[in-house]
Design a protein around this ligand. Sequence first.
Ligand code: MF3
Ligand code: CO
Ligand code: CO
Length: 288
Amino acid sequence: MLSDQQSGSGKPPDINDNLVKKPAEIDGMRRAGGFNGRLLDFIRPYVQAGTTTGRLDDLVRQYTLDHGHTPACLGYHGFPKSCCISINNVVCHGIPSGHEYLRDGDIVNVDLTTIVDGYYGDSSETFMLGEVAPQARDLVEVTACALLRGVAAVKPGRPLYAVADAIEPWVRSRGCSVVHQYTGHGIGRMFHEHFTVYHHRDSDEQPILMKPGMTFTIEPMINRGDWKVVTDKKDKWTVRTADGSLSAQFEHTVLVTESGVEVLTLTPSQKQAGAILMVPGMELNSDV
Ligand code: MF3
Ligand code: CO
Ligand code: CO
């Protein structure tokens, strides 16, 4: 394709244009996000003390296949299971296992990604099992709020780092820290596409403006203690807090609209709880 300068229109080239999706692609993203939300609602009642993360993974895979879709994590860069389940001090990329039992007091992130007709939906929630310590509850609430603050910051014309600005100072004011090493990402026909969505201000960041039709994830990982993380040397996937402190995460896939943001992965139950999940300018995915 010719750039604007080459074609002589006189307009400066816009590096954003290839990040914007066409209406048919946006419909594909709505369907993928809608399914991923329903999958999260499906798994919710099973996330209980006494079950194993391997059983949850089996249920996720079966429900996805039964609906004619594909679990995106399975085989992704060699990942061995259909979703990521990350307990307590595990930050992300926990590998489900039939030997790993959930216990009362755990905080458990279930991160689901599905391919629906070629498009990816990606979202996660951290569940609190039974009686959790006040510190753990506080962390989960801070993290849920961090995601909503990030979503509320999405508006055409703003730089992508408006998301980080809405999240990091506030998280720090609550005595928690934002993980730097893992970020949100552009998403579409690929799992991780085109650009990075930081949840903290990063000096390497290329300034990208949000434009209607862009789709990306916001997925802050928030630690009770220090932001530093370590990856398991044996399995090469499981990421833990370096200081052993608790970590939580919530994730949505979003679309930049003309007026603000549409949350593509809102679940039907989250939609019912609309009052607390709605933020100004936020639209709902009509497919949910
Ligand atoms: N779902 C994760 C994300 O939000 C990525 C998991 S990749 C896997 O980006 F290979 F670990 F599954
Ligand atoms: Co993601
Ligand atoms: Co995810």
